[in-house]
Write a protein that binds this ligand. Sequence first.
Ligand code: SF4
Length: 471
Amino acid sequence: MSTGTLFDKVWDRHTVRMLPSGQTQLFIGLHLIHEVTSPQAFSMLRDRQLAVPFPQRTIATVDHIVPTESQARPYADGLAEEMMVAIERNCRQFGIRLHQPGSGKQGVVHIIAPEQGLTQPGMTVACGDSHTATHGAFGAIAFGIGTSQVRDVLATQTLSLTRLKVRKVQVDGVLRPGVYAKDVILSILRKLTAKGGVGYAYEFAGSTFSAMSMEERMTVCNMAIEGGARCGYINPDETTFAYLKGREHAPAGAAWDKAVAWWRSIASDANAVFDDVVTFDAATFEPTVTWGISPDHGIGVGETIPAKASFALDEQANIEEAYQYMDLKAGQAIKGLKIDVAFIGSCTNGRISDLREAARVIAAHGGQVAAHVKAFIVPGSEAVKVVAESEGLDKVFTAHGFEWRQAGCSMCLAMNPDKLTGAQISASSSNRNFKGRQGSPTGRTLLMSPAMVAMAALEGRIADVRDVLKK
Ligand code: SF4
């Protein structure tokens, strides 16, 4: 009887050979590229006169630098325009499909691949972006890679990787109203820390994840990397199959039945052996807000900024740095902290269910975006935008003072005109609160669920979304 984890099964089935270094040469089933980390990789191919042997296994989109207001070309930012021209030329030359703005298929790389049915269980996925772990929601093992590895995948369709240990992150129980997938992962990070997953793949297991939609699962897996894990995944189940059925690149007809049988077989066995197991009770999770400069600096919205002494000794210098940078003090309440900017979007929380929930909170609140706040909502893809508009969500947003934008990464990384200025404080549904992450070297980011961002925008300060949901 098999006693493997999904990670082991997928890894073994994709192993090309063991390398003298002790690493594994792993075949990559799906390679996703975008305009920022691919130009140099293509230049390296040209320098070495290498071809792309499996161009059909690479899909390109543009997301990081794409403006979310006017997308008229040429872009005002010369460097952004150069990147666009480069990816167009590279995809043409190497025979790679590129989803451009206006195609109906463009969007943030980790949003378009699942929505087109490209990401499937049992796959190995790689992309030159840290948040590639998102695809693990489907029971794929998915790695964020650097530019030289993008070159390697383009040239060989393989990567040299060190095998990971597997930690089972077991969460059971029902989430309370106002607590979302984002709060689940922020709570897990808080406990396991930003470095706790180094050397591991995280398997998210338990009744809480089984009850989640695929979009919620993507939010969780997206941030596995923020806990130091190289990838995170959830075993495929009926929810996974139902999501995939009928999507453009999903198998159809007899191939569908065969695929589902294979997908079931790669799930972790009931008696799979893990290198580590940690457990959580979902009923203990609160709407969570980060206060510091690392995604594991989260607290419940009703809590106060933690004392330095409550952290491990080797963390305390970083905590001091966080107090300084954020201009916050231990013991201070996070609730009531004034914000300047509210951003809903990104590959963590820019999907249709995120926008629906934000709209529900806005409607329940009934107010307008606070006068001192700039609030904007950026759909994760053109497809998300079309659905949101067909449901009238855009009208809800704009009627309450939010800006409604075009698809892209926007202020998640601010490699486009959407940036913080000065020491502005942003309530953000994205995934990283590192120093300067949202475009200003002194800008401050507070991570939270889209519902909590919507609430903060309307109140002008950090507030508890449960206050409107229970009305
Ligand atoms: S939304 Fe943010 S994390 Fe996601 S792909 Fe874009 S820049 Fe990377």
